[in-house]
Write a protein that binds this ligand. Structure first.
Ligand code: NAD
Length: 432
């Protein structure tokens, strides 16, 4: 099917009224772009709200679209309108909000288009695949006065909030370092497989969208696109936005680091198919501490017996955190022969982060509050950090990024070329 055509759908429902219902039955109408995995998970938590309905689904894979349409009808007892072209979906006047659950290379254009169509937006993380795209998205949300949030659900997590409070209390002493790591098997994918014909139900040209075209291969398609530069940034961006965000929050960082340097390579599984690094270290320098990122794809063990996590190293103790809990490991005070921190703390997660994150967004839509739990500005800041980590590793540089001039200071060879994508025609870069 050619890009830009609405799906000729026998499943197109007649149940939706042409105009908004008003009064007691008025419900928030949501549409989902990208139905396979996380977008569908997001939508399910929207549908826990009795005053929310999903009016439209959009996907370029007809099998996925039809499958999700059937599931949705069971959940809400009502059919949705089905689309293969998100732009057609955005024309629906009744739609209040859009969930963007597509691969990262699609987020920016879909987000900006949804803003100009007057929709509120829940966009998945990382908000974009390039630093310049982050700025366009922030500008679009402002220009069109949209309520937006980013799928960095830790921002709504109660044990994460308690962690930030603890860090603010100063009990940990001086924090000179924050170590962040993420080791996952999927980061190494597998051995390369040959390109293959495009599956009959898939509009692969639209899936590629603004990215440069390449032959179809299952290995860079659904789910695993993350490990290919045109669509994602590997474990660095995939997990980096979630975890670095917690450090930026906990350490109250609102701007760029002083310097960034990084090393990466395909060291663990050199023959495997990812383009992104299976092994990578990034050091971010601030005035009073350093933040260290590391990942090793293809292994699932890590420091403190956690395959991913954060360790805030204070002079009185270390706070170690992940999605399950956080705890304090005290330093030993040899002069007084006792721990520097006497209290024993372990705070468990309640696993409500995602539900609470969605609820927060819905409440903000209703009250027209732009101060969502994870604003687009916040998503932008954090996405930039992860892209800087990748750019530093790809250019083997020490980077100083000036977020006012939108340039690298000094003479970092070639780094500027990684700031902005070149969109494939007919898609146009949304400068805004
Ligand atoms: N917040 C979280 O914890 C979390 C977890 C997983 C994924 N994510 C994020 O969610 C996003 C999606 O990841 P995923 O794992 O669901 O990917 P996926 O590949 O499983 O699903 C993406 C879906 O988007 C569809 N799609 C692609 N281009 C499209 C287009 N132009 N129009 C309509 N549909 C299109 C695909 O066909 C597919 O169904 C990513 O940004 C990812 O980083 C967030």
């Amino acid at each position: 099917m050619a890009a830009g055509l609405i799906a000729p759908s026998s499943a197109l429902s007649k149940e939706w009224p042409g105009a908004r219902i008003t009064g007691a039955n008025d419900k928030i109408q949501v549409g989902l772009i990208g139905c396979r995995n996380m977008g569908w998970g997001d939508l399910n938590d929207f549908l826990l709200h009795k005053d929310v309905e999903c009016m439209a689904l959009c996907d370029i894979d007809r099998k996925i679209l039809d499958g999700r349409a059937a599931e949705l009808e069971k959940i809400q007892g009502k059919k949705a309108l089905l689309f293969s072209d998100y732009r057609k979906m955005l024309e629906l006047k009744e739609l209040d909000a859009i969930i963007i659950g597509t691969p990262d290379h699609w987020h920016c254009l879909q987000f900006v288009n949804a803003c100009s169509a007057g929709k509120d937006i829940y966009v998945e993380k990382p908000i974009a695949n390039y630093i310049a795209e982050c700025d366009s998205m922030v500008n679009a949300a402002k220009r069109y006065n949209r309520v937006t949030t980013v799928g960095q659900q830790q921002r709504s997590g109660n044990h994460w909030k308690a962690m930030v409070e603890y860090l603010k209390s100063g009990k940990l002493g001086t924090i000179a370092r924050a170590d962040v790591w993420a080791n996952f098997n999927y980061g190494a994918l597998g051995k390369p497989i040959p390109d293959s014909p495009v599956p009959a139900d898939v509009d692969y040209d639209t899936w590629q969208g603004p990215a440069q075209t390449r032959p179809f291969n299952e290995q860079h398609f659904h789910g695993s696109w993350r490990m290919f530069w045109a669509y994602g940034g590997g474990l660095m961006t995939d997990w980096g936005v979630h975890l670095l965000d917690m450090v930026l929050w906990g350490m109250d960082i609102k701007g760029m680091p002083k310097r960034v340097t990084a090393f990466g390579g395909k060291f663990a599984f050199p023959g495997n198919c990812p383009e992104t690094f299976d092994t990578q270290n990034v050091i971010y320098e601030f005035d009073s501490f350093i933040m260290n990122w590391s990942h090793t794809g293809g292994v699932e063990t890590g420091p403190y017996n956690r395959n991913y996590g954060i360790a805030f190293k204070g002079t009185n103790g270390t706070l170690v955190a992940d999605r399950d809990n956080w705890e304090i490991i005290p330093e030993w005070d040899s002069a007084n022969k006792r721990n520097r921190l006497l209290e024993s703390i372990k705070v468990q997660a309640d696993y409500q982060d995602h539900k609470d994150h969605v609820s927060d967004f819905i409440n903000c839509m209703k009250t027209r509050s732009y101060n969502t739990a994870c604003t687009i500005e916040n998503g932008s800041l954090c996405a930039k950090y992860t892209h800087l980590g990748n750019i530093a590793a790809r250019t083997r540089s020490v980077l100083v990024y000036d977020d006012n001039s939108k340039k690298f200071a000094g003479s970092e060879e070639g780094a500027g070329a990684y700031l902005m994508p070149s969109y494939r025609s007919p898609w146009k870069y949304p400068s805004i």
